[in-house]
Design a protein. Structure first.
Length: 369
């Protein structure tokens, strides 16, 4: 708790000093950002006796800075699971449709980089959590055009917040987005994202119930740890369709590990989700990032998602897992939203925590600025 208070104090005090250094000539501007989630839920028909819980989750506080023409920077800290951690920490430069970024950031792979406050459901799909990637230290480039995006980067394979060692390995990631059909309240987004990594001896895939009410140690319904890894190839195929008040999104993720002595490993997963706006003018798509954001204030949204993961391959029995989730979101205003999700979990017989299905009803009030 002491670290949390010191971090929040630091982020709160820095902009005060920065405000005194504003200069019209230099174009220095800053903005304080943050978020907090109030989550509650109850598990039903589960044999593991998770019961019910109420948590304050994913507390964030940070600052976004614009420096002169084309330069920007961001630093953000988060508090969750009893510890303070770094989130986005980077320096960026934009030149027309070209953007460069150096620092701690998401790779252009998976859906997690859309940000937890913009998830259509309370939690990202399990398939994306299992095969997607966390933030890495690296340099990235992106090109933004009306009907296409190109993103690529080189990243360290090490954990910036763990024990840093000299031989950290590396990863190469890219994403290619095409928008062959665009217009007012309509869109077809097609994307492919390959990724290669080397230098990490161990690879871990872990996923479970799409909730923040459980910590990682008790949520390993799909779990595989593989040693003797030579390198890893990943592929992400993505589709987003928007037509008036309807939205359809799907991803397929695949991972192939080459290993020294053991058999190579293949894991896969994917999801498809749909939403309809009962109230509100339309869905919010960010062309620059190729990601979906929250709809406008006053929107009332109905959602449904099917999600599945398969970590069984040969002698490796990491488990199969699938779930069906339905939900409703109400975006009260620009800063406050309320969400409710009902999930039916369906673990496979090879799941490390058992193979019996159960249900979860959870709700959230989120505040972000």
């Amino acid at each position: 708790m002491r670290n949390l208070l010191l971090s929040l104090l630091l982020l709160g005090v820095l902009p005060v000093f920065a405000q005194g250094e504003k200069s019209p000539e230099d174009g220095f501007r800053w903005k304080l950002i943050g978020r907090v989630f109030f989550d509650g839920g109850v598990f039903m028909n589960d044999t593991l006796d998770f019961g019910h819980a109420f948590h304050v989750n994913d507390i964030r506080l940070g600052s976004v800075v614009t420096i002169g023409k084309g330069w920007d920077a961001k630093i953000e800290l988060g508090y969750g699971n009893g510890k303070v951690s770094l989130k986005d920490v980077y320096l960026g430069y934009a030149l027309g449709e070209h953007r460069f970024r150096l620092g701690y950031q998401y790779e252009p792979f998976g859906n997690a980089r859309v940000g937890t406050a913009n998830y259509r459901f309370m939690q990202n799909a399990t398939a994306d959590n299992v095969f997607g990637d966390s933030r890495k230290l690296g340099i990235s480039y992106s090109y933004d055009h009306e009907w296409m995006n190109i993103m690529a980067g080189v990243f360290s394979g090490g954990d910036m917040q763990g024990n840093v060692k000299m031989d950290q390995g590396y990863s190469l990631a890219a994403k290619f987005i095409g928008r062959p059909w665009t217009g007012e309240r309509k869109l077809l987004h097609l994307a492919v994202a390959p990724r290669f990594s080397s230098g990490q001896e161990t690879a871990t895939f872990n996923g479970g119930v799409p909730t923040m009410l459980l910590n990682k140690s008790e949520n390993g319904f799909a779990d595989a740890t593989l040693d003797g890894v030579i390198n890893q190839w990943k592929l992400d195929l993505e589709c987003i369709m928007i037509y008036r008040k309807w939205m359809l999104q799907g991803q397929y993720l695949f991972s192939h590990l080459n290993r020294r002595e053991e058999e190579n490993f293949n894991g896969q997963g994917g999801y498809v989700q749909a939403s309809f706006l009962i109230l509100g003018g339309g869905h919010n798509y960010n062309r620059q990032t190729g990601m979906l954001g929250n709809p406008e204030k006053g929107s009332l949204e109905l959602l449904a998602r099917y999600d599945c993961v398969d970590l069984n391959d040969g002698d490796v029995l990491g488990g199969k897992l699938s779930d069906i989730t339905v939900g409703m979101n109400y975006f009260i205003n620009k800063y406050i939203a309320a969400k409710i999700n009902y999930t039916r979990m369906m673990p496979g017989e090879s799941s490390p925590l058992g193979g019996k299905g159960f249900d979860l009803l959870q709700a959230r009030v989120q505040f972000n600025f």
